[in-house]
Design a protein around this ligand. Structure first.
Ligand SMILES: [Zn+2]
Length: 97
């Protein structure tokens, strides 16, 4: 699955145009802020989300856990403590630059 770059998400908002319309395209930021989820063990995961239908947004962690509908949150400078998510994040960030 192709990942949407942050710039594309920002470009797409407001002008009403997606560079590549993909109903299930995933993203890792909302309004430029990374998506996180803190699980029941107080571990902070990095999350991805996707708008599967208009108004219907789902989230999951990079390490593959489902995130409860109201569980994901956006924040700056939060430390991801899940080792799997950290490793994947480093890989993804490397690819995007
Ligand atoms: Zn994780």
């Amino acid at each position: 699955m192709r990942r949407i770059l942050e710039e594309e998400i920002e470009n797409s908002s407001g002008r009403g145009e997606w560079l590549e319309p993909e109903p299930a395209a995933s993203f890792r930021t909302v309004d430029g802020e990374p998506i996180y989820w803190r699980d029941e063990h107080d571990v902070v995961h990095a999350c991805e989300g996707a708008d599967i239908h208009p108004g219907e947004r789902v989230f999951w962690t990079l390490c593959g856990k489902d995130v409860p509908a109201d569980g994901a949150f956006y924040a700056e400078d939060l430390v991801v403590t899940c080792p799997v998510c950290r490793g994947l994040l480093a890989t993804l960030d490397g690819e995007e630059k």
